[in-house]
Design a protein around this ligand. Structure first.
Ligand SMILES: Cc1cc2nc3c(=O)[nH]c(=O)nc-3n(C[C@H](O)[C@H](O)[C@H](O)COP(=O)(O)OP(=O)(O)OC[C@H]3O[C@@H](n4cnc5c(N)ncnc54)[C@H](O)[C@@H]3O)c2cc1C
Length: 399
């Protein structure tokens, strides 16, 4: 049973990292009756990737577990305002996938069949002629088909984070900003030469928090955190850059999230257009969050070709930004106790889908911590040991 002494220095659970995933975990653990302390090295909320996310939400995925996580999260987002008092600004503007190759179309078809089997009844496949009714702005040169889901859309990551953090505080969660985890103490174990035992405390420059449960919710930095406990975690950073136009009325607020099969995608936010195209990251520095001017040139050249209404709409180059995805080897989250440490709960590696899946992951993590196993969903596929077992999740890299 978790200890129940001083809730500040002896909480039942310590959550390291107060991004959207740590905040969701804290709320769900507190709802389950645990005394929770959250530490984040940032001086204020939003120091990590959550504040840099663009806010896409979709259930159109190519693996059953990601579809299920999205459907569970969607339910939670629909109830979010009632539960937290904060509007997540979830707008189902739809998510439109455009295929330009036979292989891209085959991927969409296979994913669509799976989505229907998983209960995403409103997802449809599109012939090129169907597309203008959903998005009259997209140039259809070379487009051989598409996929559409009207209940996908956009949300406001920082509002979701705020909703969880305010709820956590109301539930009595102790929040400590500007406090990095600098050491994780483990029971040395009884037998010399044997692996270390459970974590006994999390150490910051200000305090030592003795605890029975530690949650690693440190996003792209999760492997560094695991290393404090002597563990290897296969989570690596990957830079994602975002271009943004000057304010424009060229596209309506209802413009659907639209994505081509080379990953180029765009959406409208606050009267500007956000444009992204994945790259392999900065080869010289995997932690770089600088925006590459040549990448911006490419976006500026591609945008008016894909969406002719953007001809003459300039990028606001100074406002472009980049952040870090938290990649796992199979691009799916790791959820469960860490192999080699019985009380370190991993909620890591969402691989760029962490905001949309945070409502589900926080709930499931709390179930694992307090009920012994996730009850709402079968999350066996996400077990952290799958890589060592040679059993990663197989699915499309884009979807
Ligand atoms: C450009 C971009 C666009 C994106 N778009 C989307 C999208 O459309 N939809 C979507 O769902 N997701 C999107 N994402 C991904 C999403 O941002 C992440 O999956 C999500 O924010 C992960 O949440 P997190 O709480 O795990 O990590 P973070 O928000 O990064 O939080 C981790 C926290 O851990 C703290 N921390 C790190 N190390 C320590 C330590 N040693 N001690 C204490 N604290 C520590 C950090 O300060 C940070 O606050 C996008 C990401 C980027 C970069």
């Amino acid at each position: 049973m978790p200890r129940r002494e001083d809730p500040v220095t002896r909480p039942d659970a310590v959550v390291i990292g107060a991004g959207v995933i740590g905040a969701s975990c804290a709320v769900h653990l507190a709802h389950a009756g645990l005394r929770v302390t959250v530490i984040d090295r940032g001086a204020a909320p939003g120091a990590g990737s959550t504040a840099r996310a663009t806010g896409g939400f979709r259930a159109q995925y190519a693996t059953a577990i990601n579809i299920r996580l999205s459907l569970l999260s969607r339910d939670r987002l629909r109830a979010f305002r009632d539960e937290t008092g904060v509007d997540p600004q979830f707008q189902p503007v739809g998510y439109l996938w455009l295929a330009t190759t036979a292989a891209g179309l085959a991927e969409l078809r296979a994913a669509h069949a799976l989505q229907r089997r998983e209960g995403l009844a409103e997802a449809t496949l599109l012939a090129p002629g169907d597309i203008p009714a959903l998005n009259r702005f997209a140039a259809l040169d070379g487009v051989v088909g598409g996929a559409w889901c009207p209940s996908d859309g956009v949300m406001r990551p920082t509002e979701i984070l705020r909703g969880y953090l305010e709820t956590a505080e109301r539930l009595g969660v102790a929040m400590h900003w500007g406090e990095p985890a600098i050491a994780i103490e483990r029971d040395p174990g009884r037998d010399p030469g044997r692996a270390a035992g459970p974590i006994t405390a999390v150490v910051t420059p200000r305090a030592t928090y003795a605890t029975a449960i530690v949650v690693n919710a440190t996003g792209a930095w999760a492997a560094d955190t695991a290393r404090l406990a002597g563990l290897d975690l296969p989570v690596t950073p990957l830079r994602r850059q975002v271009a943004i136009t000057e304010p424009t009325a060229a596209l309506p607020a209802t413009f659907p999230m639209t994505i081509w099969d080379d990953g180029f995608h765009l959406r409208v936010r606050d009267g500007r257009v956000l444009l992204l195209r994945p790259t392999p990251g900065d080869p010289g520095d995997p932690w770089s969050t600088a925006v590459d001017p040549a990448w911006l040139d490419d976006i500026a050249a591609t945008a008016p070709v894909r969406v002719p209404a953007l001809r003459g709409v300039a990028l606001d180059r100074a406002a472009a930004w980049a952040g870090l995805y938290e990649m796992s080897p199979d691009h799916h989250a790791l959820l469960g106790w860490a192999p080699g440490c019985p009380n370190l709960l991993l909620v890591n590696g969402s691989s760029g889908h962490g905001v949309m899946h945070a409502p589900a992951l926080g709930l499931l993590a709390a179930e694992i911590a307090t009920l012994g196993a996730a009850r709402t969903l079968d999350v066996h596929a996400l077990r952290p040991s799958r890589f060592a077992e040679g059993d990663p999740i197989v699915g499309s890299a884009l979807l």
